[in-house]
Structures are given as structure tokens and as C-alpha cells.
Design a protein around this ligand. Structure first.
Ligand code: PXP
Length: 243
């Protein structure tokens, strides 16, 4: 079975927010990603709105042809936006203001009481709910018990590990994927994946979806740098010659 690629365009918005300009627009990046073969688009609307803005989510819901996956914490305001915009998938993630990125999985076991009603509300609106968790048996079982359709296994520790530690993290992701699948959950994976480390994750048979952002945006900056400089050179030359 083919693994779906959902491209996360958050860091296109990071670049835009750095200057408060209208460009680069994550909506335009989403068009390009889908034209290049992405199966869907993922965005994380953080409570502090440091990159993706509510406007982005609203416009993407209109423009994305494949699946729109909205990552968010279970804060009241983001849940309200999800219920207004109705993306096909919502991925619930933990969120701490001071973190640079999503640093760990959701503690579904510890937060059953607060997550349960949020999951129920989203599902009642026809949204498929995915929970971003570590490949831990108790977290997987709690995700199933709370009615999630999918878990997204956090690959950050795998991505950061080297040598034997990486093999250990990979084995635990493979075990987690098998366990989740056996319980009837759809299995996604993501965080910190690059062209260098994605292979072994894509090889886990139960993994049917990958959410990848930072490495793609980073690569796009480098790959596009020379053409961007050439375009500026041409604009300067046109100005100089008065044409
Ligand atoms: N999946 C989830 C749940 C995430 O929170 C993120 C980061 O926003 C990603 C995937 C993508 O991670 P990266 O940008 O490192 O590819």
C-alpha cells in the first residue's frame, strides 16, 4: 500500500511572519505541494499563532484538493475554529508556549477526562480525529478507548537518535504501529523526518501516512535559492536599462 504524504506548510508561514508581509503564502506552497504529488496538507494552528493564522486554515479548507489535516491543541478557541472550518482530519497535539516545536506526544492516559469531550465534539462534526502520541502501549490503548480513528506516532526521538539508539527507537515505532493497527487504528507518523531518515519509517507496513514539514521547507529554500537570485539579477538589470 502506498504511503500518503501530507506536507506541513507551517514554516512557509514562519518566514512570512518574520516580516509581517503577505508572502510567502502557505496557501501557494500548498498548491505547489499538491501539484508535486502531496496527498494532503497539514498545518499546526498554535495558540500563540506564531506561524499559521486562522485565515490560512480557512483559505486552505477552500483550496486544498486532497486532505486538510489541522494540528492543534485542545484549547477552546482552536476547537471552535475546527468546528467552523471542518477540516477532514484534526490531529490533537500537546502544546507548550515556550517550546520551539512539539516536543513530546500527547499524554492521552493522563488527560482522558479533558480529551474525551473534545474528541467526541470533533467526531460528531464529521471530523476524523488523530492523536499525536509516543509509541507507548498505554497511550495507544487510551487513544482507541477515547474513540480516535488514528494515531500519529511521534518520530522525533527516532530522528534525533544515532546508531543503536536509532535502531531502538525504530523498533519501538514498529511495535507501536503493529499494536495500533491490531486495535483497528489507522497509523500515521511524523516529526523530524528528512529524506535521509524517512526510509525505515516508510517501510513499517502499518504506517499509511507521513506528515513532513520542516525538512521539505528547508530543502525548498536551498533548491530555490539560485533561481531566486537570478530573478533578482534580472529585475535589477531591467531597472538599470529603463525597460
Ligand atoms: N506531525 C505533527 C503532529 C507535528 O506537530 C509536526 C510539527 O508541526 C509534524 C508532524 C511535522 O514535523 P516536521 O516539521 O519536523 O516535519
Amino acid at each position: 500500500m502506498r504511503v500518503a504524504l501530507h506536507v506541513n506548510v507551517d514554516h512557509v508561514a514562519t518566514l512570512r511572519q518574520a516580516r509581517g508581509t503577505r508572502y510567502p503564502d502557505p496557501v501557494e506552497a500548498a498548491f505547489a505541494a499538491e501539484r508535486a504529488g502531496a496527498d494532503g496538507i497539514t498545518v499546526h494552528l498554535r495558540e500563540d499563532q506564531r506561524h499559521i493564522q486562522p485565515r490560512d486554515v480557512r483559505v486552505l479548507r477552500e483550496t486544498v484538493r486532497g486532505l486538510l489535516n489541522l494540528e492543534m491543541a485542545s484549547a477552546e478557541s482552536t476547537v471552535a475554529l475546527a468546528l467552523e472550518v471542518l477540516p477532514q482530519h484534526v490531529t490533537l497535539v500537546p502544546e507548550r508556549r515556550e517550546e520551539r516545536t512539539t516536543e513530546g506526544g500527547l499524554d492521552v492516559v493522563g488527560q482522558r477526562a479533558s480529551l474525551g469531550p473534545v474528541i467526541a465534539k470533533l467526531r460528531a462534526a464529521g471530523i476524523k480525529v488523530s492523536l499525536f502520541i509516543a509509541p507507548d502501549d498505554a497511550q495507544i490503548e487510551a487513544s482507541k478507548a477515547l474513540g480516535a480513528e488514528q494515531v500519529e506516532l511521534h518520530t522525533g526521538d527516532y530522528a534525533n537518535a544515532v546508531g543503536d539508539a536509532r535502531a531502538h527507537e525504530l523498533a519501538s515505532l514498529a511495535r507501536g504501529a503493529a499494536k495500533a493497527h491490531a486495535l483497528g487504528l489507522r497509523v500515521a507518523a511524523g516529526h523530524g523526518l528528512t529524506a535521509e531518515n524517512v526510509g525505515p519509517i516508510a517501510a513499517i507496513p502499518e504506517v499509511v501516512e507521513l506528515n513532513i514539514g520542516h525538512a521539505i521547507v528547508a530543502d525548498a529554500v536551498i533548491v530555490g535559492f539560485a533561481p531566486a537570485v537570478r530573478a533578482m539579477r534580472r529585475a535589477i538589470a531591467r531597472g538599470r536599462s529603463g525597460r
